[in-house]
Design a protein around this ligand. Structure first.
Ligand code: ATP
Length: 354
């Protein structure tokens, strides 16, 4: 069956790395007969500046009705300092498609990439966990207000919002993910000793949902402890499920311990509607146009998209090709190599089945 994906390269290095990702997809289409069609959409800073357009409701409907997934680059442009276009495009996509689960694998692909020392008695760090972050609620709903701005009586309030439905579906998603990916344990990360009302809801629902998955071990950790343990004992984590704000922060710790922004992919998904797959990094205006952007995060993102489309074999081959290049030192300068963006793509292509 023909599958269709929408490609939104965006701005800066987002354009460069998705172009490389599409070169890989072209290769896989031809060599493995994948039959994945794609259409590239110019939803980016230039269009916003020229026409004042982000994404319309019709654009959203088109993406929802006609595509099996979205391959995204990055948004961000120095000419739009408040990134208004990113809110109108990326956040609108996340909210309107109700992409409630943000999935970020944190896997160390090569021992030399982590700044962490091996734990005592071990020769290498063993880091392989997945952060599942709620993507639609919490502080990101923008509920709050400011009073008496600009004087000493000023008050600013940002509300954390958690609904039973929102909490239940992300926790259930985390357990389903653990089962589907042969994971053993789900750890709830929260702060229920201080943030008591939301904390109670998360903890109660976590135990409620966990009863349906007796084969999966459960654990709870306060977010501050989790942040420390991700650095001191990362191998204790398997699947982490957490709220929007905590997930945002833990994801960056995750990026830091496995080699940084040039490598990490993410998925925003709703099993009932669609999925948007994007590298964790942004548009990096400082290196845009220099052919120095590391395309590996975009390749790992493509690998997640391929798995989402049920092409698990090709997804694994692509991940293995990235691992091999890392082992052989075939990387861009951010990871200590001497290749440029296109050079890395060529190295990956040479390590995929012809
Ligand atoms: P944005 O505003 O779009 O988030 P940013 O520059 O603030 O962009 P990132 O793009 O996430 O934030 O990256 C921060 C820095 O990390 C960049 O300035 C760049 O130097 C480096 N970087 C990020 N992604 C990559 C990559 N794929 N390859 C090489 N360097 C990268």
């Amino acid at each position: 069956m023909k599958q269709k994906i929408a490609v939104i390269p965006g701005d800066g290095i987002g354009v460069e790395v998705t172009q490389q990702g599409l070169a890989i997809l072209d290769h896989l289409n031809a060599s493995a007969g994948l039959n994945i069609d794609y259409h590239v959409f110019p939803y980016n800073a230039q269009r916003w500046l020229d026409e004042g357009l982000g994404l319309s409701d019709d654009d959203i409907k088109n993406l929802q009705d006609n595509y099996h997934g979205i391959y995204f680059g990055a948004l961000g442009d120095p000419r739009i300092p408040d990134s208004a276009h990113a809110r109108q495009i990326l956040l609108k996509l996340r909210f309107d498609l109700d992409l409630f689960a943000n999935v970020r694998p944190v896997k160390l692909l090569h021992p030399g990439l982590t700044p962490l020392k091996p734990a005592s008695g071990q020769t290498n760090q063993d880091i392989d966990c997945v952060i599942i972050r709620e993507n639609t609620e919490d502080l990101y709903r923008g509920v709050g207000g400011a009073f008496k701005e600009g004087n000493e009586d000023e008050m600013a309030i940002d509300q954390r919002i958690h609904s039973y439905k929102g909490v239940e579906r992300i926790i259930r998603f985390a357990f389903d993910y653990a089962v589907a990916h042969q994971r053993q344990k789900v750890t709830l990360v929260d702060k229920d000793n201080v943030i008591i009302y939301g904390g109670r809801l998360w903890t109660r629902v976590f135990h409620e949902v966990a009863r349906n998955y007796p084969q999966i071990e459960t654990d709870y950790m306060h977010v501050d402890v989790a942040a420390m343990r991700m650095v001191t004992a990362p191998s204790m984590f398997d699947v982490i499920v957490t709220s929007n704000m905590f997930g945002d922060i833990l994801s960056d710790i995750g990026a830091g311990i496995v080699g940084g922004l040039g490598l990490l992919p993410s998925a925003n998904v709703n099993p009932q509607t669609s999925g948007l797959f994007e590298p964790v990094h942004g548009s990096a205006p400082d290196i845009a146009g220099t052919n120095q952007a590391n395309p590996m995060a975009a390749f790992m993102t493509l690998s997640m998209l391929l798995a989402h489309l049920n092409h698990h074999g090709q997804a694994a081959q692509l991940t293995q090709a990235v691992s091999r290049c890392l082992t052989e030192g075939l990387t861009t300068p951010d990871l200590g190599g001497t290749l440029n963006t296109e050079g890395v793509t060529q190295a990956i292509l040479a390590r995929l089945p012809a």
